[in-house]
Write a protein that binds this ligand. Structure first.
Ligand code: 5GP
Length: 349
């Protein structure tokens, strides 16, 4: 047994220290990033925020909303769309705003291979390989196999892991973007069920460092509850940030709005929750027994309103530290450890 006594930090443990700046207004800040992916060689330009591949978040409607928004945010499509629906989407819409997601299950692989051979196959440019535990050799072998099948020029994002050595292994196995986060998610119960996890800000800082050393990228996945958390993730070195809960409950959820006592809600659940398992039957077998919860989130209307908030918050964070571009945010970030970051006298919103 071994104990690490170095403090590991979550978003709630820090604030970003303001710095003297010549930026006059947040309008002067460019929050798009440009990347060339290590293995695929493809280029990305846009705001590096990704909607999680979850029911109610990683939807076609969300992708269309992002396309309309025009800032280049992307959506990891959830894994449960039928092949025909995926083909119809890709044939009609550009692939720029979407990642095609798969898990370890054979059905996902078969569907992907059919998709590649089908009428929209040529449009495929980005794949997200998503498992709850990215530490198994099985997963590493799977990535190599998928890289062989999809070809050299497809961008692969894969995870999830939380430590530098595994980030390196995944990048060396052909991953362009490593997804980082075990247990921070809003509807995740992994830490409760297993005791396993890693505070998300420290995971982001350490994994970004490991990835950047090899020319790879990371996506900080899970745990952002307010725009300030996203700014902290970027400040900690995340290249992309993935959002589930913050993008749930909108018109784009492709789900029913429920009315309870005159208030509107939308159901939101973890992809390994009982709800997801029941809905998709065998479809989520790769996730271990129920490590996700089901909640009702307040109905939030069009995601465009939330996006404005999120993007405004990040722009503003950049002005506070004098970062003219999002790219400069991590270089200009000094985190200060705090015991309290919000004044909650009138509630925590
Ligand atoms: P959020 O932004 O809601 O805090 O986190 C979203 C992330 O939670 C997803 O991208 C995914 O990595 C993770 N997640 C989604 N569903 C589940 C689940 O059922 N169990 C676990 N352990 N994690 C989940």
């Amino acid at each position: 047994m071994h104990i690490e006594t170095d403090p590991k930090l979550d978003f709630k443990d820090v604030l970003i220290r303001p710095k003297r700046s010549t930026l006059a207004s947040r309008k002067d800040v460019d929050i798009a990033r440009e990347f060339t992916f290590k293995w695929s060689g493809r280029k990305f330009k846009g705001v590096p925020i990704i909607a999680a591949n979850m029911d109610g978040v990683g939807t076609f409607d969300m992708a269309k909303a992002f396309e309309k928004d025009g800032n280049g945010l992307t959506v990891a499509l959830h894994k449960h769309y039928a092949l025909e629906d995926l083909e119809a989407y890709y044939t009609k819409n550009g692939p720029d705003n979407v990642w095609y997601s798969i898990g370890l299950v054979k059905d996902d692989q078969d569907k992907l291979l059919k998709f590649i051979k089908g009428k929209a196959g040529k449009k495929l440019d980005k794949v997200c390989i998503d498992v709850a535990n990215g530490y198994s050799q099985n997963f590493v072998d799977f990535i190599k196999k998928i890289r062989d099948k999809v070809g050299k020029d497809i961008t692969i994002m894969a995870g999830n892991v939380v430590t530098g050595e595994m980030v390196e292994e995944l990048i060396l196995s052909g991953v362009d973007v490593v997804k980082v986060g075990i247990g921070p998610g809003s509807v995740c119960t992994t830490r409760r069920m297993t005791g396993v996890g890693y505070p998300q800000l420290s995971a982001t800082i350490e994994c970004a460092d490991a990835a950047h050393g090899l020319g790879g990228l990371i996506c900080a996945d899970g745990g952002c509850t307010v725009p300030g958390d996203i700014a902290k993730a970027f400040g900690g070195g995340a290249d992309f940030v993935m959002l589930g809960g913050m993008l749930s409950g909108h018109d784009q959820a492709e789900q029913r709005v429920i009315e309870k006592d005159g208030e509107k809600f939308v159901q939101f659940y973890g992809m390994s929750s009982d709800t997801a398992m029941k809905k998709h039957k065998g479809g989520v077998a790769e996730y271990r027994a129920s490590e996700g919860k089901t909640v009702h989130v307040p109905y939030k209307g069009d995601v465009a309103v939330t996006l404005q908030d999120v993007l405004g918050g990040i722009r503003s964070a950049c002005t506070y530290v004098g970062a003219k571009r999002l790219k400069e945010l991590s270089k200009r970030t000094t985190f200060i450890r705090v015991n309290q970051q919000l004044n909650t006298v009138y509630g925590d919103r």
